[in-house]
Design a protein around this ligand. Structure first.
Ligand SMILES: [Zn+2]
Length: 186
């Protein structure tokens, strides 16, 4: 069953160990709790982001919200070890499926950020049940990740040309900057 859950959830870097539906007086709506562990070699230092080996099991249990599964709210639960990072210190490892300080998986954050671009505040608050302020933090993290993944046109510029011209009968000016090495307008 766990391997089916692994495939269905498709959380990068996670190995599913167990899944169960949990409810309690404090949790009137039952949730799907997925016990997982980070895949071998996937632990990172939360401060510098480098891959590190586990140091001990002293990090404790952590919980992240994942995309809903059918009609159930899904939560990933994992015992996170600590890592000994030479440049930083002994710190609780960052799980491969999340960002430092986030209570959500990256997949959940991506879905939520997309919803924010196509739906109203009321929908975002009501459908994935995320407070608007929290949704703002999520959007910020997703934007940072996209920025890091997409190279900037200003990277590795060595030779540029700048010219100014006017249009609309000479009343409006535009400045054109050209990357001479890659032959494109920036
Ligand atoms: Zn580090």
């Amino acid at each position: 069953m766990n391997s089916i859950f692994n495939q269905l959830l498709n959380v990068k870097g996670a190995v599913v160990e167990d899944a169960r539906i949990v409810g309690s007086p404090l949790r009137p709506v039952p949730a799907l709790e997925i016990r997982a562990r980070p895949r071998k070699g996937m632990l990172r230092c939360p401060q510098c982001g480098r891959r590190r080996h586990g140091y001990d099991r002293g990090g404790g249990r952590r919980r992240w919200r994942h995309q809903d599964f059918g009609c159930f709210r899904a939560e990933l639960v994992a015992d996170m070890p600590r890592v000994d990072c030479p440049g930083c210190s002994v710190v609780v490892a960052m799980a491969p499926w999340t960002e430092p300080g986030s209570r959500f998986t990256r997949d959940f954050e991506r879905e939520c950020a997309w919803l924010m671009t196509v739906a109203s505040q009321k929908t975002v608050s009501g459908f994935p049940h995320v407070a608007w302020r929290t949704a703002g933090d999520i959007a910020h993290r997703v934007a940072e990740r996209l920025k890091a993944a997409i190279p900037s046109p200003f990277d590795h510029l060595t030779l540029i040309g700048v010219d100014e011209t006017s249009y609309r009968k000479g009343h409006t000016y535009i400045t054109v900057v050209v990357d001479h090495e890659r032959h494109r307008v920036i």
